[in-house]
Design a protein around this ligand. Structure first.
Ligand code: SF4
Length: 76
């Protein structure tokens, strides 16, 4: 299942989104810290990954995420 612009990573518990000082966003795989099979910054979109584990968060980390289904508290 391809969830967002980053593919599976957008719905994975191991993803950490990094925002640069210039506003660019990067998808970091935290699993790379203990498992060498996974790159720190995987080639996107990730469409197949044995390390994928669904995240249980109810709010997307990115308020501009196109998959968002509920409005943010700021109304954007
Ligand atoms: S384990 Fe796979 S799906 Fe999850 S963040 Fe890393 S590369 Fe993406």
């Amino acid at each position: 299942m391809l969830r967002g612009v980053n593919g599976l990573c957008d719905g994975c518990v191991h993803q950490k989104r990094i925002v640069s000082g210039k506003g660019s966003t990067f998808s970091m795989c935290l699993r790379s810290r203990w498992d060498a099979r996974y790159p720190k910054y995987p080639r996107l979109p990730v469409t197949d990954c044995e390390g994928y584990e669904p995240a249980t968060r109810t709010e997307p980390a990115d308020p501009f995420d196109a998959t968002r289904t509920t409005p943010s508290p700021s109304g954007r």
